[in-house]
Design a protein. Structure first.
Length: 128
């Protein structure tokens, strides 16, 4: 049993605080409690795969948007003129979806900004 350094009350070895006076008990048994930031900065294997998949999805939407813009420029017809804006607009929305999911993690933050900015630039180029 450990003793409280403030009031001398006996406490359990695993106690962090005294149940009598509330002061902190320094024991070698006490483990460091992981904080929320530690979990965010060191994601699990599943979280890493999720962020990687979302980055691939974001960059893939940029590629699809570029192909849609180039195809629309080379095949502009009156019947298909709505597709000049429709497909790039859908890709912009998917790119922003990927960006908003990537912005939460510090390692993928720059990728989220790149995906969003390039998507908007491609969309503007596509409608000119």
């Amino acid at each position: 049993m450990a003793h409280c350094p403030n009031c001398g009350t006996e406490t359990e070895e695993s106690s962090i605080f005294c149940h009598n006076c509330g002061s902190k008990i320094e024991n070698n048994v006490n483990e460091v409690i992981p904080t929320r930031n530690a979990a965010v900065n060191n994601p699990s294997s599943f979280e890493q795969k999720k962020y990687t998949a979302m980055m691939v999805f974001g960059y893939l939407t940029l590629l699809i948007q570029l192909v849609a813009i180039l195809a629309a420029w080379y095949n502009v017809k009156v019947i298909n003129s709505d597709r000049i804006i429709l497909y790039p607009l859908l890709c912009v929305m998917l790119s922003f979806f990927a960006s908003f999911n990537l912005v939460n993690h510090e390692k993928t933050f720059t990728h989220s900004i790149i995906i969003a900015v390039v998507s908007v630039v491609l969309f503007i180029i596509g409608i000119l």
